[in-house]
Design a protein around this ligand. Sequence first.
Ligand code: ZN
Length: 102
Amino acid sequence: MRIPLGIRKLIGYWTNWYYPATGTCGHCDRNWRVAQEHLTLFLHGHSCFPLCEMCWNDLSIAERLPHYKSLYNRWVSMSEDHNGVPWPEVWKGMEKAVRDGL
Ligand SMILES: [Zn+2]
């Protein structure tokens, strides 16, 4: 069942109050306890999920990309590399995966 974005954002508001330590969708802000992540595989053996399935389906590739960039920027601020993979290579892989519709 598809939930309208406004309702998803309300669900996000309340569930994040209830589960403050869990990650959220970058678009509707619903908590991963109540939203299904859209898993994007990139490079070999790496994955990320900045969006839930519903938001991922709602957004165009160009609209998805900033959410991936935002997650990437957060990762960059937290460590020197991504499990040994240099950051520019990580972004190249993520961007390609998003542009390929993954
Ligand atoms: Zn979402």
